[in-house]
Design a protein around this ligand. Sequence first.
Ligand code: SF4
Ligand code: SF4
Ligand code: SF4
Length: 437
Amino acid sequence: MKFDRKVEDAGLMRGVAALTPDKIEKTIKAVLDGETGAKLKMYAETCVRCGMCSQACHFYVSHDNDPTYSPAGKVHQTMSRILETKGRLDPEEIYKIAQIAYTECNLCKRCVHYCPLGIDTGYIMLVVRRICYKLGVVPQYIHDTTNSHSATYNQMWIKDDEWVDSLQWQEDEARDEFPDLRIPVDKEGAEIMYSVIAPEPKFRTHLIYQAAAIMHQAGVDWTMPSSPGWDNSDLAMFSGDNEIMGRNKRRHFECAMDLKAKRIVMGECGHAFRSIYDMGNRWLGWKMYPIEVVHAVEFYWELISSGKIKIKEKIKEPVTIQDPCNIIRGRGLYEASRKVAAALCENIVEMTPNGVHNYCCAAGGGIINCGPPFKNTRTTGNRAKADQIKATGVKLCIVPCHNCHGGLEDINHYYKLGIEMKFFGDLIYQLMEKPEA
Ligand code: SF4
Ligand code: SF4
Ligand code: SF4
């Protein structure tokens, strides 16, 4: 298949420059023999090239049905080449394989639902990424992020004192509005340990303020950890560094266990949630995780349905909802998300399709973390999402996932959609009953 879309990336170029044919062959053999088995073999051998998965992929649809972007087309250019050559590939082909696996598949698993044989292209692309990671051929930005997880246990190189400072700062701010509010750091035995992704203290501190306001207003017995492991995100999961992925997850649970918390509530992020229910836990070989974990969407519904949070007034203007793959398709939180949305909004206009069939935002699977060189790949690769949003005619979109926010913001600008995006937490904070000022 012709490949005329090479994107220059410092990490991919540096990695490929250090490859030798021997290293390529040995590394591929080590991953295939040591880390894969019947699952990969079955997927690789059973595809009948029927093309039924093609329309399922937003990249294919957005590129006018270009077969090189179809799920089977991407497998054909990557894993099939690896298998048929038994790893005897030249470095330039590894560049192409890495670019496809890291930046042209969101691992969103939509295509699995449309394949009559249940072939999971997302899984295959993860194995390809694992090979590329072991070869040292990884896009620069996501590699840096993984290194940050490795060095600091958080993806943004936030120092321990800066993290605690951010919490204290948000507590101070919130006390103007809620005079008794505390963000209880390292409280032992709390009902809930609340965890967030590192971009919150870095770029979106207001979300910590709002979460604290919601916890306070609902009278929740909660805490946040000060020690490394407070960041629940895990980009190592997407770069192929499975060892760091497992270490991140273990440390996150250890934080909660050290504090003897009863449950973990994770903020509104899709990939961080996937890393605990789908990938990190499996890499660690855990049948069940040591502490119950719930996503913010489920938790918000608990607070609203139990009357702990009361909504003063609903949003009247029409609202649509982005269904993040990792919490809706991957974890079945569609109903919970619609119950929370119905409690907050009078008029919900669904995207078509929605729920488990919704299209990915094109930021997921670590693509947004591959940074500026691949921004164009994401925006042009997701005209399908822009068309979906346009068709609703709605200007306000609930987006309960950080990555989706990033992806939709870029699509919003690129296709001039003129939409505003909110987390559920933004709306709950805005609409809930609060003490009189
Ligand atoms: S982006 Fe999603 S639909 Fe497209 S190939 Fe990857 S997993 Fe399948
Ligand atoms: S639908 Fe399944 S069998 Fe058909 S081309 Fe796609 S992956 Fe292959
Ligand atoms: S970023 Fe959002 S829509 Fe995209 S894969 Fe992740 S959860 Fe799915």
